[in-house]
Design a protein around this ligand. Structure first.
Ligand code: NAP
Length: 398
């Protein structure tokens, strides 16, 4: 290990990535883990930032930059405070080098925690061991950002604030709506909610009904059906709705209409408050955690900022009116928030390894390997994702 190479994005909208050297940190600080990446997964944000520029998603980004959130690989060495891992371990983790705090820390000039390079720094608390040789690097790398985003929406105090998952959770008499259950984020949201004890009603295309049921959803509807809103309201009859988690264009708008007409915990039971670390926090009565932001679909390729802003503002006006008239609130999710608020640690350190080992959690969606030439194949991965996927994660291997 003497050098490192990355897929650099050299300027806003530059395509293809350029393969060049990147810094290789020889001295690790306390909870750092240096990992040789064996598989990368591609996320919509990687593709969108390359296609549209970073002004909407990462206004703090400076170029040249390295993107990428999802990696799995082999531990090369660990910092002095790391006791959970040693050289040679197989791990996966969230590489959050494009988060604002990281970019600022390095003055926008170095990206040691960004995924799209051969050697990546992971943080102990956002890394988990791959518990069995039966789980490949390709399978494990699909999890980090989908899982983190799902967790931010489900468990944060400012979002749905549900009970955290555990290996032996008792059933909770509440039902959650997950819109877009077959997406990468949605499949993680289903599994996390079910492992926390909630019943899940979800939506996806009929070709993925079996998959979402297998992962634990009790009821599933086609989001393209003309009667989907009424059908879901009926399915919530006699149930207490824990709120909604939405991915996919149009999901939040439908969730407003559904939540307006179903029972929330506070109106039907006393379970709206529960103790967290010794304090009691009240959950919002009717809340939508939104993973997909209201952006034009299909995405514009010119006048990106004004067209996106107009679309966004019209959503905000509609959502404000729905809140005033129905009491349903919403908040956008940012998956990277779980890095610093303790939730990422509770999942990556306390839950994932055992849950995967006991098959209470599975790596989902399935990887769709599109290239095996390491960082040279990452551009192919982005280009394949741009065409869209269904219940698959685009993955690149070495
Ligand atoms: N806020 C954040 O921090 C954050 C982080 C990660 C992702 N996201 C966003 O979350 C969304 C999902 O990301 P992902 O990585 O999970 O994407 P993905 O797996 O690539 O999404 C593909 C899936 O989306 C489903 N889908 C497409 N249009 C839909 C619609 N209108 N309603 C419901 N489902 C729909 C498809 O389902 P079928 O094939 O079954 O039709 C397909 O399985 C994206 O909008 C992404 O930008 C946000």
């Amino acid at each position: 290990m003497t050098s490192n190479r990355a897929a650099w994005i050299t300027a806003p909208k530059a395509h293809p990535f350029q393969i060049r050297e990147s810094a290789l940190l020889e001295v690790l600080s306390g909870d750092d883990i240096l990992v040789k990446v064996h598989a990368w997964a591609i996320n919509p944000i990687d593709q969108v930032v390359q296609a549209q520029g970073s002004s909407m998603s990462y206004p703090w980004l400076k170029y040249p930059a390295i993107l990428g959130y999802d990696v799995a690989g082999e531990v090369i060495k660990v910092g002095s405070k790391v006791t959970r891992f040693a050289a040679g371990d197989r791990v996966f983790g969230l590489s959050y080098g494009c988060e604002k705090s990281e970019v600022t820390k390095h003055g926008g000039k170095a990206f040691p925690r960004s995924g799209f390079q051969e050697y990546v720094l992971l943080s102990d608390h956002m890394t988990a061991r791959i518990p069995s040789d039966e789980i490949s690097y390709e399978q494990a790398c699909v999890l980090p950002l989908g899982l983190s985003t799902a967790a931010a929406g489900l468990f944060q105090e400012d979002q749905l604030h549900l009970q955290l998952p555990s290996l032996n959770s008792a059933p909770i008499n509440e039902t959650l709506l997950i819109w877009g259950g077959s997406s990468s984020v949605g499949l993680n949201a289903i599994q996390l909610a079910v492992n926390a004890g909630y019943e899940v009603i979800t939506t996806c295309s009929p070709r993925n009904f079996e998959l979402v049921r297998r992962l634990g959803a009790s009821t599933v509807f086609d989001y393209n059906s003309k009667t989907v809103v009424q059908d879901i309201i009926k399915a919530f009859h006699n149930k207490t709705c824990a709120g909604a988690f939405t991915t996919g264009t149009g999901g939040a708008e439908k969730a407003f209409d559904i939540l307006a007409r179903v029972s929330s915990p506070s109106s039907s039971s006393s379970s709206s408050s529960f103790a967290t670390s010794g304090t009691t926090t009240t959950r919002k009565k009717k809340h939508i955690a939104m993973a997909t932001y209201p952006v034009p679909d299909p995405a514009p390729t010119n006048l990106v900022v004004p067209r996106t802003v107009v679309h966004f503002v019209s959503f905000l006006v509609g959502a404000w009116w729905k809140k005033v008239t129905t009491g349903v609130e919403y908040k956008f999710i940012w998956g990277g928030t779980v890095v610093d608020n303790g939730i990422g640690k509770q999942l990556f350190v306390d839950f994932l390894e055992q849950a995967l080992e006991q098959r209470k959690y599975v790596c989902s969606p399935e990887p769709m390997v599109v290239g095996g030439k390491g960082v040279e194949s990452l551009q192919d991965g982005i280009d394949v994702l741009a065409k869209g996927v269904s219940a698959k994660k685009v993955v690149v291997t070495i």
